[in-house]
Write a protein that binds this ligand. Structure first.
Ligand SMILES: Nc1ncnc2c1ncn2[C@@H]1O[C@H](COP(=O)(O)OP(=O)(O)OP(=O)(O)O)[C@@H](O)[C@H]1O
Ligand SMILES: [Mg+2]
Length: 256
């Protein structure tokens, strides 16, 4: 069934989240539409990870409503449409018993169940994801023997292997070298522009991708949305709130 362009992929109303009486997120409302590329920024502890975990039903809101593809969160079942790279996903035990190929293939089994037969389509999706993340050479290595940056690429390939319509990435490239990072940003841009994948990208590096993104969300207990990211990144309120203005503009100027 084609995606209905008028229904937001995520439709969030008055969402709040508290832990032990402490407000982590207050009164968040947002809409994310098909094929949008959205960056989420904000200070450490601002609630970015908590927000995306709520969107994915991993943390339960204290109040408010979330709809995904038009369905109430509790009724939504098509989770294979959403690829998620959690923060620190690449931290694995050095003895974890799996190869790169095993890990990336897990992106297919989450959709079909463990005992389903591997098809040509599965193989093609896994190969294509490994190529995109430039890890084909590593495919028979044990994941625990790879560097941090290589592991990040593996977990991103796992998310891509399910051919998601939406990709949610929580600081996926912390510790990745500059060349790999720029390749990664180009890839995200291509996934969004060419394949029309909706991207929600939590990053502290937003200056470099300011030209690519459609909207910017800042999260610091409350949410501020902005449809003109470049303007937002240079505004006074932003620099006062987050102390990032100079850093971001610097990155932006030198990032191309
Ligand atoms: N399980 C938990 N128990 C108690 N407090 C929590 C829990 N998870 C998150 N918090 C608190 O919620 C707040 C928001 O955390 P969150 O991880 O969402 O922030 P973040 O914006 O993703 O930060 P970072 O940039 O460091 O990743 C923090 O104050 C954190 O201490
Ligand atoms: Mg976080």
């Amino acid at each position: 069934m084609p995606t209905n362009f008028k229904v937001p992929i995520f439709d969030v109303k008055n969402l709040s989240y508290e832990i032990n009486g402490v407000n982590i997120l207050s009164n968040i409302s947002l809409e994310i539409f098909n094929a949008q590329y959205i960056a989420i920024i904000g200070p450490n502890g601002g609630g970015k990870t908590t927000l995306v975990r709520m969107l994915l039903g991993l943390d339960k809101a204290s109040s408010g409503e979330i709809r995904i593809f038009g369905k109430k969160l509790k009724d939504f079942k098509d989770w294979y449409k959403i690829g998620y790279v959690p923060q620190r996903a690449s931290h694995v035990d050095a003895n974890f018993p799996g190869t790169v190929l095993d890990i990336v293939s897990m992106g297919r089994t989450s959709q079909k169940g463990f005992f389903a037969k591997t098809t040509e389509e599965d193989k093609e999706a896994v190969d294509s994801a490994m190529q995109k993340m430039d890890i084909v050479d590593l495919k028979n290595k044990m994941i625990g023997t790879l560097s941090g940056g290589q592991r990040q690429r593996v977990v991103c390939a796992r998310a891509l292997a399910s051919k998601p319509e939406v990709l949610i990435l929580d600081e996926p490239n912390t510790g990745v070298d500059a060349i790999s990072q720029n390749r990664f940003y180009s890839l995200l841009k291509e996934l969004n522009k060419v394949q029309k994948i909706t991207i929600v990208f939590i990053t502290h590096d937003v200056g470099v991708i300011a030209d690519d993104i459609a909207r910017l969300f800042t999260v610091n207990q409350k949410l501020t949305t902005c449809n003109n990211p470049k303007q937002a990144l240079s505004c006074k309120e932003m620099s006062e709130l987050y102390g990032i203005d100079a850093h971001l503009l610097h990155n932006h100027k030198h990032g191309h």
